[in-house]
Design a protein around this ligand. Structure first.
Ligand SMILES: Nc1ncnc2c1ncn2[C@@H]1O[C@H](COP(=O)(O)OP(=O)(O)O)[C@@H](O)[C@H]1O
Ligand SMILES: [Mg+2]
Length: 242
């Protein structure tokens, strides 16, 4: 589904990613785990074509993203869903209007179909009661759930999550991770999640990649990572030892 090969990204003379490669098979949930500032968001932004690497290749659904024309990129992006770290809901719209928004832009549905889909999505995240509320009336965890519902309302083939549990208390964070896992299973989505939340990685990932010092330094299942000898991986997975 996604094949990143040997990309290089730098801002002026600050090299953020160098020699990064990443393979995301269809139906998998790849989690990129790394410390703050290591370039996780930069990596996601390059995959979706918001940042252009100066070297390497990024193929998504069989198409090269680097150098892609805007019209073509827009077409490709219709297959994507996003949950970005600070991408909030539209504050001036009700929950219903927030969910209708991507449907009206991307899908050719009748009004009845739109209403039915919005209600179905809210049931999935257990928030049908909130349909006529404004975002300001919701808790942080509820807003995140609405954000998840909105990200997948058009049934995207690939969903990108940037720190989906950031800013949430541990209990709510776990609920959100479980909800992501459940929704992915239900719709067979392919996903890429970047996070520094180890528990999110444990719940969501079929595969974990450790991003450190500009590159992916290790890759494997959660259990494989638990047995890692690599210092940064140990710092994440065996904090009492590292
Ligand atoms: N548009 C930009 N211009 C200059 N530097 C940037 C830009 N975007 C990100 N960076 C730098 O790239 C590095 C990685 O950032 P980021 O991907 O946001 O880290 P994180 O892993 O926390 O998501 C940081 O040092 C950041 O300052
Ligand atoms: Mg980030």
């Amino acid at each position: 589904m996604i094949d990143v090969k040997d990309i290089l990204i730098r801002f002026e003379d600050h090299v953020v990613l160098s020699g990064v490669s990443l393979h995301v098979p269809k139906g998998s949930a790849v989690v990129i785990l790394g410390r703050s500032g290591v370039g996780k968001s930069v990596l996601l932004k390059s995959i979706v074509g918001l940042l252009t690497p100066e070297k390497g290749s990024i193929r998504v659904m069989g198409q090269e993203v680097i150098g892609m024309k805007p019209a073509q990129l827009n077409k490709l992006r219709k297959h994507f869903g996003y949950v970005f770290q600070y991408a909030a809901l539209f504050d001036s719209m009700t929950v219903r209007e927030n969910l209708e928004f991507p449907l009206r832009r991307h899908a050719a549905l009748s009004e009845e179909e739109i209403t039915a889909r919005v209600e179905e999505q809210l049931k999935l995240v257990d928030l049908l009661d909130a349909i006529d509320k404004m975002p300001s009336e919701l808790s942080g965890g509820m807003k995140k759930r609405i954000g998840l519902a909105r990200a997948i309302i058009t049934r995207p083939d690939i969903v990108f999550y940037d720190e989906p549990t950031a800013g949430l208390d541990p209990v709510t964070a776990r609920e959100i991770s479980k909800l992501i896992h459940e929704l992915e299973g239900r719709f067979g989505t392919t996903s890429v999640t970047v996070t520094h939340d180890l528990e999110c990685a444990r719940i969501v990932a079929t595969r974990i990649c450790i991003l450190h010092d500009r590159r992916i330094v290790e890759e494997g299942t959660f259990d494989e990572m638990l047995r890692s000898e690599y210092p940064l991986t140990r710092a994440f997975f065996q904090p009492e030892i590292a």
